[in-house]
Design a protein around this ligand. Structure first.
Ligand SMILES: [Zn+2]
Length: 232
């Protein structure tokens, strides 16, 4: 098969595939509701996981600060015990009070962070349980849905095989280019010329270019949109 014929066949194959994918992704209402809910849960879980990660980082930082504050407090307490002179004793007591106050100032927000982390962990567990239940229900109904659409499922399988066969006959560079163009041009890569114009971008083709296209044995790209042209 010549190059252009393969490309045209590939375009037709992908067009059929797209139609089938559309049918198979058009879920009935009960499945669509489950699908929407599942996606919402996954989004919530991702957000909560992110919050939990950042809370844990804060907890680590605060825990280090607390360990240091505890050491400082311990040192101040030892200093109080070791002081015998009255004038130094008062200063040592003040220092110890200050260190206790500093420790408490770190311990309070740390406790709050730990409570927050615990609440996030519980919320995540609840979300995961709900997700698992809904996913099981979704899978059960989806299996039924796919059984009802057995023809499309089989068609999709065959078309994917055909796509792979056609692509294997093209240089990998061509295949990559084809899919990149398909992404940028709403899936329409190979288009016919009608009334001397590209039916992809509707730009009138230059006379010499049209002549070149008629003579060409291989694929020729539209000069304005880069789609592959053929004369019907
Ligand atoms: Zn064009």
């Amino acid at each position: 098969m010549e190059h252009l014929a393969i490309l045209r066949d590939l375009q037709a194959t992908l067009d059929y595939l797209r139609t089938i994918e559309r049918d198979l992704s058009a879920l009935p209402p009960d499945l669509a509701v489950l699908d929407t809910r599942l996606k919402a849960i996954e989004k919530q879980a991702a957000e909560k996981t992110k919050s939990l990660d950042s809370t844990r980082i804060h907890i680590q930082m605060k825990a280090k600060e607390l360990a240091q504050a505890e050491k400082d407090e311990e040192r101040a307490r030892t200093a109080v015990k070791a002081t015998s002179q009255k004038v130094h004793y008062a200063a040592a007591i003040r220092d110890m009070d200050e260190k206790e106050r500093q420790k408490a100032a770190i311990a309070r927000p740390l406790k709050a962070l730990e409570t927050e982390a615990h609440a996030l962990e519980q919320a995540l567990e609840a979300l995961e349980a709900e997700r698992a239940t809904l996913k099981a229900k979704f899978d059960e109904l989806h299996t039924v849905f796919l059984e009802e659409h057995a023809n499309q499922v089989e068609g999709r399988k065959q078309l994917r095989t055909k796509q792979a066969e056609l692509e294997s006959k093209l240089p990998p560079r061509e295949v990559t280019r084809f899919h990149r163009l398909a992404g940028a041009r709403q899936g329409r890569v190979v288009v016919p010329v009608e009334n001397g114009a590209c039916t992809g971008c509707h730009v009138k083709l230059r006379g010499p270019f049209l002549f070149q296209l008629k003579e060409a044995k291989d694929a020729v790209a539209c000069e304005s949109c880069q789609r592959i042209l053929f004369l019907p």
